[in-house]
Design a protein around this ligand. Structure first.
Ligand SMILES: [Zn+2]
Ligand SMILES: [Zn+2]
Length: 146
């Protein structure tokens, strides 16, 4: 896995096409870019990201399929030293909605829709029954059809 990640690489990756498609269930999907995740190689869930509202100087990359996260700019560098870390995925079992937490600031939190307490979820990369695995398959077909 490539652990070196520079601002130049982040800027280069920001030029990759975003992946955005309508899924067969009618919802739209736009998590990542047309780049394979350095850890799990999945395309569509990984990409360079900004956090303009909560943390405007933050620049990072993240994969919502396996939890590979790496900050390269902004206040989280103090916590991570710029090294990759494993993010934690949480789910609201009522609404089937997900959210993501850094391990050094872990809290379950509550669902923004129904206010139930979130639970820890398994990453799709470790759970073939995760609904994101179906989305991954749809992305592969979408890219093949282009
Ligand atoms: Zn990944
Ligand atoms: Zn909920």
């Amino acid at each position: 896995m490539n652990k070196e990640y520079t601002l130049e690489q982040w800027e280069e990756e920001m030029k990759a096409n975003p992946i955005s498609l309508k899924l067969s269930n009618g919802s739209s999907f736009a998590f990542g870019r047309n780049l394979p995740c350095p850890q799990c190689k999945t395309i569509g869930f990984y990409g360079p990201r900004k956090d303009p509202i909560d943390n405007p100087t933050r620049k990072y990359r993240a994969c919502k399929f396996c939890g590979f996260w790496q900050d390269i700019w902004g206040k989280n560098i103090e916590k991570t030293g710029g090294k990759p870390y494993q993010c934690i995925m949480v789910i609201c079992k009522n609404c089937q909605t997900y959210d993501w937490r850094a391990d050094w600031a872990f809290y379950l939190g509550s669902c923004p829709k129904c206010h139930a307490t979130m639970e820890k979820a398994q990453w799709p990369s470790k759970n073939p029954n995760h609904p994101y695995c179906k989305i991954r398959d749809e992305i592969i077909k979408f890219l093949q059809a282009q």
